[in-house]
Design a protein around this ligand. Structure first.
Ligand code: AN7
Length: 355
């Protein structure tokens, strides 16, 4: 019998764990890298496009890679409680790993704007969910203060183990492709994930073989929540992609360094572009991602339109789909073509579907 090892066991030699580290795992990682032929054809792109579907992680987002590390190390260090601020996915992941470790999990969420799937996870896993009268940036400030004062382990991406765990996604891409991609498109919120991927690519390039060269990192914010692009804090960030409704990213500086080191970009896409991409990837590839993840595709489309890829024939592009579409069913239902209401009658239905 072959059983997939936990992400920590698989990549032990690249992570700061020892044989004493208790591994808290939900079998995260090992997500599919899907060749997106229909999408390339639809967009008129001649190179190879792959989708790294992080929505296939146990709680439905990439956060699980970081959370297995953060919670395992918290337990190793004797922690009895974790705390985070979240636009939704971090809280879903933290609460699940806390349940597995049987410790307390306290989450602060911004008022309103949390996708219903994410909230349902946090409450089901038994987290103590506090909705604050403020936005994500306010919540993050409060949990940072609390974790400095009290025995609470902060599991936002300020926690270095989060970044460490998340970098394993880059290793998987290199293993799957046999090389690093030429370009990687991804959403940017707090900018922890773009920081983690870049670290992952650099590690792999150094430790495995120079054929795992470094990709250009193409990060995208939503235009109503694009502090890095605009060059200043956004006091009231707004976007349909609630996961990245962040006005003052933690890893702002590192994101700029990643952009410059990789000769990539940090750019923005509108909500309209995000929704279009969200539908295209679902309709062409059968992959349902959440709006924040469709930002990767929206960015890719924007750059195809700008004729950014001069000769795309031999180019390999990876778009990261960070979270599952089922996280946020309300947006899908609100934005999809309306449902046709008919009588429960064969003749009427036959006529309606055109036979
Ligand atoms: C689906 O859950 O910040 O740039 O609190 O859920 O590393 O912040 C989520 C972020 C992209 C942005 N895609 O990643 C949270 C939270 C999805 C996300 C991001 C998030 P970072």
């Amino acid at each position: 019998m072959i059983i997939y090892k936990s992400l920590i066991e698989k990549y032990k030699k690249y992570l700061t764990v020892s044989n004493k580290t208790p591994i808290i795992s939900l079998n995260e990682g090992n997500t599919p890298l899907i060749f997106a032929k229909n999408l390339s054809e639809k967009l008129g792109f001649n190179g190879e496009v792959y989708l790294k579907f992080e929505g296939m992680n146990p709680t439905g987002s990439f956060k699980d890679r970081g959370m297995t590390m953060a919670v395992s190390k918290a337990i190793e260090n004797g922690s009895k409680a974790i705390i985070c601020a979240s636009t939704g996915n971090t809280s879903a992941s933290a609460s699940a790993y806390a349940a597995k470790a049987q410790i307390r999990c306290i989450v602060l969420i911004p008022k309103g704007k949390i996708a219903v799937g994410k909230l349902s996870q946090a409450v089901m896993h038994g987290a103590e969910v506090l909705e604050i009268d403020g936005n994500f940036d306010d919540a993050l400030y409060i949990v940072r203060e609390l974790s400095n004062k009290y025995p609470l382990t902060l599991v936002n991406s300020i926690n270095p183990y989060r970044i460490e765990g998340q970098k394993t996604a880059a290793y998987e891409i290199c293993e799957n492709l046999g090389q690093a991609p030429d370009y990687q498109f991804m959403p940017v919120g707090n900018a922890g994930n773009i920081t983690a991927y870049w670290k992952g690519y650099k590690d792999y390039n150094k430790m495995e073989s120079s054929k795992y060269y470094l990709p250009k990192m193409m990060g995208f914010q939503a235009s109503g929540a694009a502090p890095i692009v605009e060059g200043h804090i956004i006091k009231k960030p707004e976007t349909i992609a609630t996961a990245i409704r962040i006005g003052n990213p933690t890893s702002w500086k590192t994101a700029e360094e990643v952009r410059d080191d990789s000769k990539g970009v940090i750019d923005k896409v509108t909500d309209e572009e995000i929704l279009k991409a969200y539908k295209i990837v679902a309709a062409t590839e059968g992959i349902f991602c959440e709006p924040a993840s469709a930002v990767s595709i929206a960015g890719f489309i924007k750059y195809i339109k700008q004729d950014y890829f001069k000769n795309s024939n031999s180019i390999k592009v990876v778009c990261i789909l960070t979270g599952h579409g089922l996280k946020d069913p309300d947006i899908a239902i609100a934005k999809a073509t309306s449902i046709i209401k008919v009588k429960s009658n064969i003749n009427e239905i036959t006529k309606t579907i055109g036979f």
